[in-house]
Write a protein that binds this ligand. Structure first.
Ligand SMILES: [Zn+2]
Length: 95
């Protein structure tokens, strides 16, 4: 487990490498990456974490909240349209 990958002390970030290089061109709508909001609605509190961007190649970011155990997987392709940040919904932070 590489704690150094996480920019947020409440969230553990692990990289699962798929061992593949990206096959397709990046999405031109996101030349600077895209922020991802993993909350289903705006009502939930969340923890934002910045991801190393772009990813090395195709794979998966596994994000785990240390407070409530919430897990979220975000795919990445090693391209500029990868996710730059993710908001992880947090059960424990709900007001
Ligand atoms: Zn949480």
């Amino acid at each position: 487990m590489d704690e150094g990958l996480s920019s947020n002390p409440d969230v553990t970030v692990n990289w699962v490498d798929a061992g593949r290089e990206p096959q397709n061109n990046f999405d031109r709508k996101f030349p600077w990456g895209k922020p991802i909001d993993g909350r289903r609605s705006g009502e939930l509190a969340g923890c934002q974490v910045l991801l190393p961007w772009p990813a090395e190649r195709c794979g998966l970011w596994l994000l785990t909240c240390r407070r409530c155990g919430m897990k979220l997987a975000v795919t990445a392709a090693g391209r500029v349209d990868d996710a730059t940040s993710v908001i992880l919904p947090c059960e424990k932070k709900r007001a």
